[in-house]
Design a protein around this ligand. Structure first.
Ligand code: MN
Length: 730
């Protein structure tokens, strides 16, 4: 009989369990580590996990711990180190057993405990399939990635095994898990460059969510296996022969594409199974990078390449660090064949992405847990996430674009390849090339033609950016840029510029108001009263005066309670960039009083304008300028048009839209704003955009009457660079 203690102390039985030995066989013991020591520590974890999960069963009826072993084996197949394998073995202990964090620290050290706790926390995240919450899910995921990349790698191994055994789950749970995997794990695997994991997950998701289509493709693939294999053999043999002639050591093999990718091609191109030509790709794995290009040369010499299908991801790795050469050639029997050429190291990166980089880095020693510098995409996002001003909603927007959009590839004038998300514009391109290029972007040429900055770039475009020394980002850009980097930089710049403008304006308003009230002596007292209003600096106080959040009157009331608020507030410039409520001003309709009056939003009449009233059904009288373009439309109902007159107080304010066009130069917005404010005219809103070095600004200003309006129009015309001013209709 076996010693009853043998399960815990295998040496007593003289052997380890088979499942342990099978796992240990797959573990790559890092050089410099003692094999026996590694075995002992792995065994300790194995035993611990086995003991704690004892009695638990999976839905399949198998012992729960088999899942933990499977996860450890997946990690071993990715060549992860012993600590990671131990983390895999124990990944469910905190969640599902009596073991605590301190138990793990005591037995396996802080590092393992951190990993297991990280995986447990990740499991606690409720992933919502509601679209607006998805990005929030990613945010939490990414934060954990930022802390310790190893946690997400274990989580992927866990998820992969759960998907592999999903058939034992109740149908409804299968659905939920598959959708979560589709919405969260698959895109993240893609962005982390874990191509093989993504590929495996996608196929399992497809199988779960669309079993009918999966079965159909499966049977189609089966019935054509022989002929496809024969063809692949012909091609690979021919390629091997050719490569040998040039002494290129290469491993050449055919790789079937996943069910999911074939299905995606079929639905995307609206083709039948038979019409999809590339159901497998040929891989050529060589030793050195130079050999990749040599092999490419040999292939193109023998088979003519399809021009637009050639991509060099070695010279320009994808954002997820993927490297390879892709080419599609006309192979034997005039069939198109896709060939991928890469080195072994690139192959490892292509399969497990960041995990491979983490591994390489680990061997270099320090900072193994941190982010990998190769994964620029992630670093950029985390940068934004960790910057003090990040707005979660804005971040989510960026994240979604970065995670879901496909990439396009465009060229610099020097021929360098630049990759961008779909829907990118020249501004995105400019920021991608260099922040300074983006900040000074004035115009752009695509394929030698000048185009507006909001042009959507297409694959293969040659993009050139024209910069101007005095140029700077404006609000208009935010309406069309898509990349995180561009948005973030533009935001930061505008925020700072806004802050500076408000600060300046605040000082001006304060001094002007105090001068008018003959209370200039209070200036210093007000400036040093910032704490009374909950601010930390004088600047902050000036800023809120400038942006209209706080009025000088309110400040005076508070610091000199006895003083009477007897001054007229008209000069106190109200908030810029904000819309106030709409009030109805007086209009006289011959003989009738108290009629419900509204102003045509199309033309915004102001006192002095010739007007016509239109009697609506049930909404009273609408008043338009007699030159309003929407009046002829109303003309059919001529009998409803009535002459009206103004009946307003001199101080009533009316909104007027002004469209100003001019040269898109730096500071033009500031000059326009200043020339308007200098007349004591309130600006209710500003919108400005530049296109082909033409700036178009829309202002809504508040005036008393037409004379005042004419005066400011004359004044604006004098601003340098201004070309045209129109009173705009909407
Ligand atoms: Mn698990």
């Amino acid at each position: 009989m076996q010693n009853p203690l043998a399960r815990f102390v295998p040496q007593l039985a003289g052997e380890y369990p088979k499942s342990f030995l099978k796992l240990f066989d797959q573990v790559l013991v890092p050089s410099g580590m003692d094999t026996e020591e590694v075995k002992q520590s792995l065994w300790k974890a194995f035993e611990f996990g086995y003991r704690h999960h004892e009695g638990q069963k999976r839905k399949s009826g198998k012992p729960y711990f088999e899942h933990c072993i499977a996860v450890a084996e997946i990690l071993a197949s990715w060549n992860m180190d012993p600590t990671m394998i131990i983390g895999g073995l124990l990944h469910d202990t905190i969640e599902d057993t009596q073991a605590s964090h301190s138990d793990l620290v005591e037995n396996f050290g802080e590092d393992v405990a951190i990993l297991v706790e990280g995986v447990t926390k990740l499991g606690d995240i409720e992933f919502s399939t509601r679209e607006e919450q998805q990005a929030g899910n990613f945010m939490k995921m990414l934060l954990s990635v930022a802390k310790d990349l190893r946690v997400i790698i274990i989580k992927f191994a866990d998820r992969l095994h759960n998907m592999l055994t999903i058939e034992y789950m109740p149908r409804i749970k299968q659905h939920r898990i598959a959708m979560e995997t589709r919405d969260v794990y698959s895109p993240l695997a893609h962005r982390l460059g874990m191509a093989k994991v993504k590929w495996q997950l996608d196929d399992l998701i497809f199988k779960t969510l669309n079993p009918k289509a999966y079965k159909e493709i499966n049977s189609n693939l089966k019935s054509t296996t022989k002929q496809r294999e024969r063809y692949i053999k012909t091609v690979t043999n021919a390629l091997r022969e050719e490569l040998k002639k040039y002494d290129i050591e290469a491993n050449v093999y055919g790789r079937p594409k996943s069910h999911h990718s074939i299905y995606k091609k079929m639905s995307k191109q609206d083709k039948s199974f038979d019409e999809i030509y590339d159901k497998e790709a040929i891989r050529i794995i060589v030793e050195k990078m130079e050999d990749c290009y040599l092999a490419l040369g040999v292939i193109h010499q023998n088979y003519s390449p399809v021009q637009e299908r050639f991509k060099d991801f070695i010279a320009t790795p994808k954002t997820n660090a993927y490297q390879s050469i892709h080419t599609t050639v006309v192979g034997p029997d005039k069939k198109l064949v896709e060939i991928q050429i890469r080195t072994e190291e690139m192959e490892a990166t292509a399969e497990i992405g960041v995990a491979a980089h983490w591994k390489y880095k680990e061997s270099n020693g320090k900072d193994s847990k941190g982010m990998d510098s190769h994964v620029g995409w992630l670093r950029e996002l985390l940068d934004i996430l960790q910057s003090e001003e990040s707005d979660p909603r804005e971040f989510m927007h960026l994240l979604k674009i970065d995670l879901f959009n496909d990439e396009i590839f465009v060229f610099t004038p020097k021929g360098a390849l630049v990759q961008l998300p779909e829907s990118s514009t020249p501004i995105d391109f400019a920021f991608k090339v260099h922040t300074e290029v983006g900040m000074k972007c004035l115009g752009s040429k695509v394929n030698q033609k000048v185009v507006p900055l909001n042009t959507v770039l297409k694959n293969g475009d040659l993009v050139e950016i024209i910069t101007g020394k005095d140029q700077s980002p404006n609000y208009g850009w935010l309406k069309f840029v898509v990349t995180s980097k561009a948005r973030n930089k533009i935001h930061r710049f505008l925020k700072e510029a806004d802050r500076e403008a408000s600060l300046k304006l605040g000082e001006e308003i304060l001094i002007k108001t105090l001068r008018r009230l003959k209370k200039l002596d209070l200036q210093e007292e007000i400036k040093s009263s910032f704490q009374k209003f909950g601010f930390q600096t004088t600047e902050q106080l000036m800023e809120v005066i400038g942006n209209g959040t706080l009025t000088v009157r309110k400040i005076l009331e508070k610091i000199t309670p006895e003083s009477e608020p007897d001054f007229d507030l008209e000069d106190e410039t109200p908030s810029r960039f904000s819309f106030g409520g709409k009030t109805t001003k007086g209009v006289q309709l011959q003989g009738i009083k108290d009629v419900m009056v509204s102003f045509g939003k199309c033309c915004n009449p102001i006192p002095g304008d010739e007007m016509l009233g239109f009697i609506t059904r049930g909404r009273g009288l609408t008043v338009h300028r007699s030159s309003c373009t929407s009046l002829p439309l109303l003309n059919e109902q001529k009998d409803r048009l009535v002459p009206v007159d103004w009946d307003v107080a001199k101080t009533d304010l009316f909104n007027v839209r002004l469209k100003i066009t001019g040269q898109d130069r730096k500071g033009i917005l500031k000059d326009l704003t200043e020339s308007i404010s200098s007349q004591n005219i309130n600006i209710k809103s500003v919108d400005m955009r530049g296109k082909d070095s033409v700036a178009t600004a829309h202002f809504i200003v508040q005036v008393n009457n037409i004379r005042q309006l004419d005066r400011i129009i004359r004044k604006i015309k004098k601003v340098k660079g201004v070309d045209r001013i129109e009173r705009a209709e909407r």
